[in-house]
Write a protein that binds this ligand. Structure first.
Ligand code: NAD
Ligand code: TDX
Length: 335
């Protein structure tokens, strides 16, 4: 590994947790500092069993410039997972998305500029907007930015800031845009864990609108391996795309979960559509695969889903309270 001391912002969230756990297990010499504000989606329990001298957890905000500078000056690299990450929340209240996703990124960029530290920016395919359901097109590195939601607009803004800091100030930085992740530790507001939690709790899952919208699913461990490949051999100024080219309609995903849990898929409930709902995401990751020698390992979605369902079945204490909060929120919004 090129970097021995890594600051992982947002390391108590879904992808950050999977990243920290994988890194500690597979890279013996590396020391990690997690900086996390512990918003509703951050959970220190995710890291509680990792009693290692190589992990230091700091509770704080990526917008806090003095704290960020203090932490950045003692590491070799920063990987930024800290974000407000849920589209529906960004429709209900965009402001925290501007603060964390834009000002938080700006704060980190200023710190890495000052202390000459490498920066990796974790971003999303949603910055490119959406594709028509009927086409076979996929987004590539140079596709036009055309975000649809307040969430994706703030992620697009933060990507632009990173490129500007590379070009104008010469910082060492990379960006990656990933397709939808699934796997353990994902907060139960997102499609797959929400559906699993709902069914286990004895209710019927909800699909927004027709359910024909398509998402491109990537197992979180494959994303983590890709991010580590960027840290090991990524080139500053480059963009990397992560996808397993696993495009499925939302309805298909829900039907698979219903069947795996022994339920009748005809009980899926169609509710009001998400305003501005992106129709289809799809990424062409072939350049990244060649550049980083990265390939997704979990290519059997049904098997990845089965393992994910088993994790949620075995960790009901982890999600039960959050599930009630999420469902009360959706109910208030009329879904
Ligand atoms: P998440 O919501 O599960 O985790 C976000 C983490 O950031 C939480 O631990 C939260 O407490 C922390 N955080 C929020 N605001 C903070 C702040 N101001 N300061 C410090 N910490 C703060 O999100 P996730 O799904 O793990 O996403 C991580 C990153 O990956 C995000 O940038 C997201 O845009 C990107 N991404 C996610 C997906 C996906 O499918 N989940 C796909 C592509 C890209
Ligand atoms: O209950 C639901 N029913 C439903 O039909 C939920 C929660 C979602 N949906 C639909 C909306 C989307 O078309 O399922 C699809 C997936 O929804 P989300 O899980 O909210 O993810 P999405 O909006 O696609 O964004 C995700 O992928 C890209 C992550 O939340 C982002 O952080 C990431 O950048």
């Amino acid at each position: 590994m090129r970097y021995q001391k890594i600051l992982v912002t947002g390391g108590a969230g879904f992808i950050g947790t999977n990243f920290v756990r994988y890194l500690l297990e597979h890279y013996q010499g590396v020391e990690i500092t997690v900086l996390d504000k512990l918003t509703y989606s951050g959970n220190l329990e995710n890291l509680a069993d990792l009693s290692t001298k190589r992990l230091n957890v700091v509770v704080g905000d990526v917008c806090d410039a003095s704290l960020v500078c203090q932490l950045v000056q003692s590491v070799d690299a920063v990987i930024n997972f800290a974000a407000e990450s849920h589209n529906d929340n960004s429709l209900a209240d965009p402001r925290p998305f501007l603060d964390t996703n834009i000002i938080g990124t700006y704060t980190l960029l200023e710190a890495v500029r000052k202390y000459h530290v490498f920066y990796h920016h974790v971003s999303t395919d949603e910055v490119f907007g959406d594709l028509s359901i009927d086409s076979t097109a996929r987004f590539q590195e140079e596709s036009r930015y055309q975000p649809s939601s307040p969430y994706s607009a703030t992620k697009a803004s933060s990507d632009h800031l990173v490129r500007a800091w590379v070009r104008s100030f010469g910082i060492q930085a990379t960006i990656s845009n990933s397709s939808n992740n699934y796997g353990p530790y994902q907060y139960v507001e997102k499609l797959i864990p929400r559906t699993i939690a709902t069914i286990i709790s004895g209710a019927n899952p909800q699909v927004f609108g027709s359910g024909k919208q398509v998402r491109d699913w990537l197992h979180v461990t494959d994303h983590v391996r890709g991010l580590l490949a960027v840290l090991e051999k990524g080139e500053s100024g480059q963009t990397y795309l992560f996808s397993a080219n696993c495009q499925l309609s939302n309805l298909t995903v829900l039907q698979k979960i219903m069947r795996q849990l022994g339920q009748d898929p005809s009980n899926i409930v169609h509710v009001a559509d998400r305003p501005g709902h992106d129709q289809r995401y799809a990424l062409d990751a072939s350049h990244t695969m060649a550049a980083l020698d990265w390939h997704p390992v979990v290519t059997d979605f049904d098997a990845g889903l089965e393992e994910t369902i088993a994790w949620y079945q075995n960790h009901q204490d982890w999600w039960q309270q959050a599930h009630s909060i999420v469902e009360a929120k959706y109910l208030k919004e009329g879904r």
